[in-house]
Design a binder for this molecule. Structure first.
Ligand code: ADP
Length: 480
């Protein structure tokens, strides 16, 4: 099982020795690079005559120590498997580091080089942020101790007093005062580092937990989405067989193949047949939708003569259009000759758009069908005549990196749509009037299915409307 701890927390249990090793390895790289830079500064100071030769030599030795101590220390640390021993050895590495820094301070001029004390502060801050909370205080103590030992050894004559300016003298009492102030300052730094680190860790842990929760929720959502689609696909499939039987037998009854019916019986059987057909189309839509969602829907591309295809689709609605008293206009002059698409799916998209246009347009209104092709020119879509197209998709848009596309538009002068509904009607089961008492029959699946079919062709679909009762236009584009 995955641990609930943030992965890079040196202060936590678990995979600690390898983590500690990585942490010290990173520290060694930073330390070695900083030491080299320090040595270059020292070289420059020596060449410019700011420091004496003996200062330069002892700084070189201190820097060499700071770099060379890393490989053996890391070698040992890598081999320590025990968590406590690794922790202790980590502190020991810090101690070796502090000895090196103290040697650098000593080589630059001992107490006169107190301006280099921030390198202690840097170490304390670094371990404060990366390591356990107690470590900055341990290191502040070790730094003060090392600085004190350096002064004591100088005082006892074990180390020769290292000076920048041999004529400048600081009394031992003053040196003691400097040591006291330094110690207090280092502990203040340790406190700030530890406190900041605690805040940082708390926030990091919180963020990590929230991310984990989000990840788990996303996984659960994906899984339930998959289960839902699978369930829908299975149920829809199981529905179709008995439904086909209901429709088939009700048609046999209606056509009086199984005996004569009186008027009331014929009406009832007709209702069974039309309701069965409606239910079957709903089940088919659901099955298609779930197939698209689980990625099982494939395109069967073929060459389609677009103009005659559109004319045939329109004429399939001829009777309904006449019955509804609607006027029809078609603008297919700029329609491309042939396109490659999945004929069945394109038929379904057109059927959905046309049947909506007929359904949502009151008698006396009109519906229109148009198609035109566009070519890509200098980052824009242009018509055959070179006019710039007013499409809400750029040529660089997703899936729109083709040389040309065809736009089909089904418009009507019907009940129109409010601005806020233009997008949501493409979601499954979304209907502007979703109430049980609504005027218009429908499932709310047609547009969402059309959207998915168009997107399977790497195209896009959108709706426009002048507002309620000002008609609407549904456009879709697919790459040529
Ligand atoms: P259905 O038509 O079966 O309800 P659709 O997905 O085809 O489902 O359409 C969703 C909704 O979008 C419709 O219920 C209707 O509110 C709105 N709609 C679709 N086409 C039009 C149109 N031409 N004019 C006005 N509203 C429309």
């Amino acid at each position: 099982m995955a641990s609930d701890d943030p992965p890079e927390t040196v202060g936590k249990e678990g995979d600690r020795p390898p983590l500690l090793y990585r942490w010290h390895l990173r520290g060694a790289v930073v330390r070695s690079s900083a030491s080299l830079i320090m040595w270059l500064c020292c070289l420059a100071a020596y060449l410019l005559d700011f420091i004496r030769f003996q200062n330069f030599i002892s700084d070189t030795l201190a820097v060499a120590y700071l770099i060379l101590m890393n490989p053996p220390a890391l070698w040992v640390l890598k081999r320590i498997k025990n968590r406590k021993a690794a922790d202790r050895f980590g502190v020991f590495i810090n101690f070796l580091e502090i000895v090196g820094y103290t040697a650098v301070i000593y080589s630059f001029g001992g107490i006169e080089a107190s301006f280099l004390l921030p390198i202690y502060a840097a170490l304390i801050t670094y371990v404060g942020i990366m390591g356990p909370q107690i470590l900055p205080f341990v290191n502040a103590g070790l730094c003060s101790l090392a600085f004190g030992v350096m002064l004591t050894l100088e005082y006892l004559g074990v180390l020769p007093p290292m000076k920048i300016n041999p004529n400048y003298h600081i009394s031992w009492t003053e040196q003691l005062a400097i040591l006291a102030v330094t110690t207090v300052l280092l502990f203040i730094v340790a406190f700030i580092a530890s406190y900041t680190a605690r805040l940082l860790k708390r926030n990091r842990d919180k963020l990590y937990r929230q991310n984990r929760e989000l990840e788990l929720t996303a996984i659960k959502a994906r899984e339930s989405d998959r289960l839902k689609s699978e369930f829908l696909a299975n149920v829809s499939h199981e529905f179709r067989t008995p439904l086909n039987a209901i429709i088939g037998f009700s048609e046999l009854l209606r056509d009086e193949c199984l005996g004569t019916l009186n008027d009331r019986q014929r009406e009832a059987v007709s209702d069974i047949s039309s309701s069965g057909t409606h239910l079957l189309s709903l089940v088919n839509d659901l099955l298609d939708l779930s197939k698209v969602e689980v990625g099982k829907m494939e395109l069967h591309l073929s060459e389609i003569r677009l103009k005659s295809f559109l004319e045939q689709s329109l004429s399939a609605f001829g009777q309904r259009i006449r019955e509804s008293g609607l006027k029809v206009s078609a603008d297919l002059a700029d329609c491309p000759e042939v396109i490659r698409a999945d004929e069945r799916k394109l038929t379904q998209v057109l059927y959905n758009l046309l049947s909506n246009a007929v359904k949502f347009t009151p008698a006396g209104g009109g519906i229109g069908l148009s198609a035109r092709s566009y070519a890509r020119k200098e980052g824009r879509w242009v018509t055959k005549n070179g006019e710039i197209a007013d499409l809400p998709i750029g040529p660089g848009g997703e899936g729109m990196d083709h040389a040309g596309l065809v736009e089909v538009c089904v418009s009507d002068t019907g009940i129109g749509l409010k601005g806020e509904d233009l997008k949501r009607i493409f979601n499954p089961f979304e209907q502007v009037d979703g109430s049980l008492s609504r005027r218009y029959q429908g499932t709310g699946l047609g547009l969402s299915l059309s959207k998915r079919f168009v997107e399977l062709h790497h195209g896009q679909i959108w709706a426009e409307s002048g507002g309620e009762n000002h008609g609407s236009a549904f456009h879709f584009v697919i790459p040529l």
